[in-house]
Design a protein around this ligand. Sequence first.
Ligand code: ZN
Length: 451
Amino acid sequence: MTTTDLTIRGDRVVTPGGLRPAAVHVRDGVITAVTDRGGPAAGDVVDAGDHVVAPGLVDIHVHVNEPGRTEWEGFATATRAAAAGGVTTIIDMPLNSVPPTVTVDALTTKRQAADGQCHVDVGFWGGIVPGNAAHLAALHDAGVFGFKAFLVDSGVDEFDHVDGGHLEGAMERLATSDALTLVHAEAADVIAQSAAVLDEGDPRAYATYLASRPDDAEVRAVQQVAAIALRTGGRAHVLHLSSAEALTPLRHAARAGAALTAETCPHYLALAADDIADGATAFKCAPPIRAADNRDLLWTALGDGTIALIATDHSPCTPELKRRGDGSFAAAWGGIASLQLGLSVVWTHAQARGHVPTDLVHWMSAAPAQLVGLRRKGMLAPGADADIVIWDPDATWTVDAPALEHRHPVTPYDGMTLRGRVSTTYLRGQMIYDGHAVTGGPIGRLLDREV
Ligand SMILES: [Zn+2]
């Protein structure tokens, strides 16, 4: 039980009603009131001036990789990166940890690994793999926020992908409990047909890798997931949408009444294929970063709500597996490390495209909290947890990868100048990042899905 009394005042407070001068009042880690800026203030009084005061980010797509691949990342380092990036809640993916989170026992193992290490709140996704159908209901009851499935090779042996029939069977089982199913939506047959280019082309050329994962793989998979969502009545969520061509089946699904949402990632909104140098494997992810005109269409889809939210898909590994030595896109691990940078990367480009802080808060805090049912997260309102990020929307700074908190100094953003910098992060009213360093102990909690 915390006892901090805290008032945070500012000119630009993102409230559920919009951006306005206001004061956020906190007691025992919970927001008790949001009042006019100039009213009475109790306890510690922080004046944020013209910095943005916003709910902490909720990143529903993070690969912590512990236990089992803790040399890639881990709960301590990932949650330190989160705190420094203004992220106060993460939901951990069921792979690339060993064991993967596909049974209740594996969830217990993961929770034991995380316990006492976390600087932000952490929830867990379960997984749908061949052979674990009988475990899904118990995993859901044990508190996972939903289930992830791959329609294509996942990249690790212990987390096999499923086909459409298997996915449909799982979603039928889960529909009665209104569980959320997350899908890595690339069609395995399209990827298989395209794989030959990796052998024929220059493995260091980004164009070779891009050609191996065409738009059509996403289009076909999104069509398939939409059809399954419609038939089963289950809730499905398309992870890391990269191809703007896949927006068409998403829009059709929405009109048809499917319970289908989608996310995209900072790298698809900020980066473009033509700018990726040969051998720059820090940029490798799946689905791939595509052309600049594709990126423009993703921004349009965020603006019109076709894409519901942004999540980082933070997925680090060791520098060796990223093939920094030979720069082989064919051989490198696919995954981008950006948990600490999501706010700044998205704001840099959102602001340049005419968006305002309330848009970022919607995409990165409110909408993800709502999708996963975290009713006390993602908003500055009475009754919510006092998870708060104060950030300077006008500050520019240059990313220095070794100075980031995640385990390995690998990120495609190294050396880039970004706009928007986190100045303070609070978790339940306790400061966890002071603008220079992570502060205090690992006070993050392990979250269960709220029922
Ligand atoms: Zn992922």
